[in-house]
Design a protein around this ligand. Sequence first.
Ligand SMILES: Nc1ncnc2c1ncn2[C@@H]1O[C@H](COP(=O)(O)OP(=O)(O)OP(=O)(O)O)[C@@H](O)[C@H]1O
Length: 663
Amino acid sequence: MKKFGIKEFRLCQRGVINAALEGRDIVVVMPTGGGKSLTYQLPAILTSGVTLVISPLLSLISDQVYHMREIDVEAVKQTGSTSKSEQDAINARLGWMVGEGGKKEINLLYCTPEKISKSKRFQGILQRLADVKRLTRIVIDEAHCVSQLGHDFRPDYQKLHILRQLFPKVPIMALSATCPPLVLKDLLKILGLKGTVSGDAADSTSTVYFTSPLYRPNLHYQVLPKPADSNKVFDEMTKWILKEHRNDSGIVYCLSKKDTEKVATELRKRGNIQTGVYHADRTDKEKEDLHGNWQKGKIKVVCATIAFGLGIDKGDVRFVIHHSISKSLDGFYQESGRAGRDGKDSDCILYYRAQDASTLSTMSMTDKDGASKLHAMLTFAQDLKQCRKIQFANYFSHSSNLSITSWSTSDLSAREPCGHCDNCTRPPDSFQWKDVTVEAWQLLKIVEHVHREAGNVTLAQVVELARSTGKGTFAAGGGGGGRKRGRNIGGWGGKEQVELDLDVVCGGKVEMKKEDVETLLVELLLKRYLREQFHSTAYATIAYIQPGECAARLTRFSDKDSLKDLPDGSKIFCGIRTKVKVTKSTTTKKSTKSTAKASGSATTTAKSSKGKGKGKAAHSTSISGNDDNGPDFDSDIDDQEDDEEMEMDFPAASSKRKPSRKA
Ligand SMILES: Nc1ncnc2c1ncn2[C@@H]1O[C@H](COP(=O)(O)OP(=O)(O)OP(=O)(O)O)[C@@H](O)[C@H]1O
């Protein structure tokens, strides 16, 4: 333990290590940063022979090998990018281990799944080691990747079923941070493992299953309002970092490659913060340099897309900021979970502006269950009342069938509030739980009217219309699907600017701040009073707002006054921020004031919607994989040529797929 610099075991580490030393098949599900690596690294140096570790990413493998060598553990890697001479040297050492030995034994042999499935030569070497009982155990990191039911399916992981066939006597250890019951069942089947028993009731043949609480009390969650003006966002982010984490390491997750560059530049410019950039278009050399400089502390804050992170072994990340919401709560949990892996207090900050919902929804529309996943993320971001821990627990117990008890710790049950997230510490007068039935009715009447006139409006345009004084206009004739659908003005595709008289349509202007109207619109989308209709042009995909299946519950009323008699259960309530928010410095346990105001415009990908209203208000998003504004789903997978066969690039996995280019 001294070698690894740790004083005591965490969570179920001791149990896993003992089971590994007994040569059992094991499945370990521990949260990100829980300390899974130690559970095979320690047994690897306590037993003779080689521990084979299969890992999905080259960067993760390099990181692990680097750290092991730093503490004098004999770790090597065999991937498609390992040079021929290095491979020969490693193979020679493995050959000695099969024979008399005599040279320094290899403890840990890291490789990619491709190396196993595609290199017969490598399989042959492992076979010889197994024959003489020198292949001590096989570790499969991120093991949920074997299952198509999980969110990170990798076809080459599925081919790992050959391990049990080739090496039936070598124990297998499958590690994951996210393994819902169905994925676990699939994983056991694919890897040829027997049914599971828990660590404390382990009979001698079953697979031993260890799981740890998913709740990490050292992570302090806050959702901060994202200002409309992107310069204000940069100002506030800079101030926050300098005040709370001046010399700490952190990550800022951004939606697009372009955003990562911009955020890095602005933080450097405004606060002299040592930033680095990571996304799929960076060269291997640039990525490697960044890793090195980040580990050494020369770079403090990495501004990155989600391509950065899986398996990054840096314990002292004191904060993770999301510049925009993630596409799912699963993604957000994983990304923010890269903070505080050393167990110390760390901050997870989400900058949220309701209008970002439009950007994200166009990006998620091609994903399987994209809309429902995004809705869960939005529900989390909009919620100003319920403890973040309880929200996570509820979400994961429903979406993944994970037992609610996964969120219990020895001193806190899953249903008890954490006491330190923004919602637990929010001063009661900083937000109002407001009856907004009248405003909701007004917005629905506007959307209904536009729809009836065969018009198309985006979320931003509804906000503009609702708050306009006098008469607003919208573009009709775009095939909005209403009664007057197909209205063709001035030839093919022509559109007519139609006036909307707020007094007539909904009894006047909506008396709410812009950002509150945005928030209410998202609330109405989440509650199915509104729905989104996607429209693809040659340049972008646009999310238009239309009446949803529940709209008639309110639109059946012809005037505001009739709403007064609605029972409370039929009214619409929404959490509205009322004044300057007090944020807590979770690391220093001090209180600090955020100057954030809940106003704002999307800083994301607004493109001209070509004739849809006035370009400024139209909110649309490109989902082209080549577009620099697009999301970044690359990962540093092993795609180098192997000694015998080409290790193919991973075909697009469900959640890592680059969205198809819209022609
Ligand atoms: N018992 C312990 N005490 C203190 N620190 C520990 C302990 N075990 C592990 N760590 C540290 O915790 C950090 C995270 O460990 P590790 O990389 O193994 O997490 P993980 O579970 O593999 O996470 P991920 O799912 O992100 O890969 C590392 O910096 C590691 O050194």
